[in-house]
Design a protein around this ligand. Structure first.
Ligand code: SUG
Length: 445
């Protein structure tokens, strides 16, 4: 049955800020303590959603998470009223307040990994919530993501939503940021599950920056999703790439249907990987690879050409939705122009402004979770999450009503911000018809 890809973008939350929380993510480190604009960030994200929907591509939305996470602060021993909890953590451990206030759930590529029903043995669409074990501010996302995805994909006959992989860092999983699905008509789809380190098999990893995804987690995802073993490849992220600031695979590679765009230092042993893909996918498989000479790693990291969305348009051609940063830098721009000029399905590049997110290391590809659905599966989703003009207008009005124009790190201790955020999110659950998915909605009297 025909499937359509839906890009589920994360709405940027009301506490969007620059806290410098992610070692190895150079933008996050460089922008620490800069003023942010939550409103502009959310509007830029919404603008991207409207743009993609306008191309005739499936667009949907996922809600932000409650921040600051008072539940986490209480679990860590800060007691009293919301005001007292925030005042105490602000004086005793300002870094912890930052960690519990991050709006990082906007990067929904990291929310989960998906497998469409056409690829799975039980014929259901599978989603595994990412545990995001590598960074404390992101570990906090898993519970809410699970509640949200269970609410949206509630029909268990059609959807299998798996909880985050168990244990500690041994099964550290960053979601779809390390997953690429490639498919050529008439052949089984291929799934690349990349990883940066192994828990139990010693491999040479990066020296400078953390490798987030484990090989063990990648294999667990392939098993959970009931994919055929021949359909799965498990390349290692090149440690040189991670040390250069490519903390996720999607900083160095992006694939869509029969097309793969990658940097030579995206993966270890890239040539054998391409040979296997060519063999399994056949003649129609196309790829474009940037050499380190054409595009040194810092250009890939600061221009983010690979952190683009490659989208199949209704006429069967493809376009690239890239961040404007990749147009401003000559080398990433020249690379993308080469992609359009060569013999492959990509015919256009669109450059969009998602700068508020980019300044924390999140480009267009980070901001969306790709989920392929048949029309029947889509109709089984009762939540109002598929973007149309009415929903976009409602979301814009909601952002204008609730979001602050500017936010500084010191504002995170403001109890009014926490209240505003809860009020906004409570209202959003009604706009999206997703039920009471948030912890504060369970306990609020
Ligand atoms: O996990 N940044 C995110 C960016 C995630 C990008 N996602 C993908 N590549 N798919 C991260 O490093 C920075 C937050 C701060 O520093 O305030 C942050 O979490």
């Amino acid at each position: 049955m025909a499937q359509r890809e839906w890009n589920f973008d994360g709405l940027v939350g009301p506490t969007h800020n620059y806290a410098g929380l992610s070692p190895g993510n150079l933008a996050s480190q460089a922008n620490e303590a800069n003023l942010s604009s939550p409103r502009e960030a959310a509007l830029q994200g919404l603008q991207k959603m409207r743009f993609v929907a306008g191309l005739g591509v499936g667009q949907a939305v996922l809600p932000p998470h409650p921040r600051p996470s008072l539940r986490t602060l209480r679990a860590l021993g800060f007691i009293g009223t919301d005001e007292q909890v925030l005042a105490r953590v602000a004086t005793e451990d300002e870094h912890l307040l930052r960690l519990c206030s991050s709006a990082a759930s906007m990067w929904t590529a990291n929310a989960a990994t998906a497998a469409p029903s056409s690829d799975t043995a039980d014929g259901r669409m599978h989603l595994t919530v990412a545990n995001l074990q590598a960074m404390f501010h992101r570990v906090l996302e898993a519970d809410t993501t699970y509640a949200v995805l269970r609410s949206i994909f509630a029909d268990e006959r059609r959807f299998a939503v798996h909880g985050p992989l168990p244990g500690g860092g041994q099964f550290a999983d960053e979601g779809a940021a390390n997953h690429i699905r490639l498919a050529v008509d008439g052949r089984p789809a291929m799934h690349l599950f990349a990883w940066g380190r192994s828990t139990w098999h010693p491999v040479k990893g990066p020296d400078r920056f953390p490798a987030r995804q484990t090989r063990e987690a990648s294999h667990a995802l392939a098993r959970l999703h009931q994919l055929h073993p021949d359909a799965c490849l498990f390349p290692q992220q090149d440690p040189a790439g991670i040390d250069g600031g490519a903390f996720h695979t999607d900083v160095m590679a992006v694939g869509n249907d029969a097309f793969l765009m990658l940097h030579e230092e995206a993966f270890v042993a890239v040539e054998p990987l391409l040979a296997t893909l060519r063999n399994r996918l056949g003649e129609k498989f196309r790829w474009v690879m940037a050499s380190p000479k054409e595009l040194p790693i810092p250009e890939a990291v600061f221009g983010y050409p690979f952190n683009s969305q490659v989208l199949t348009l209704p006429d069967g051609s493809m376009c690239i939705v890239a961040p404007i940063e990749s147009r401003q830098r000559p080398r990433p721009r020249a690379f993308l122009e080469r992609v359009v000029a060569e013999d492959n399905p990509v015919t256009q590049v669109h450059y969009l402004d998602v700068r508020q997110s980019m300044n924390n290391g999140g480009g267009p590809a980070c901001l969306r979770q790709r989920i392929r659905l048949t029309e029947e599966e889509r109709a089984a989703v009762k939540a109002r999450v598929f973007l149309d003009q009415d929903l976009a207008a409602d979301l814009e009005a909601w952002i204008q009503k609730h979001y602050r124009e500017r936010l500084a790190i010191r504002d995170l201790a403001d109890p009014a911000l926490a209240r505003e955020s809860m009020t906004a999110l409570d209202e959003l659950t009604r706009i999206l018809r997703i039920g009471s998915v948030y912890d504060f909605q369970q306990t609020a009297g």
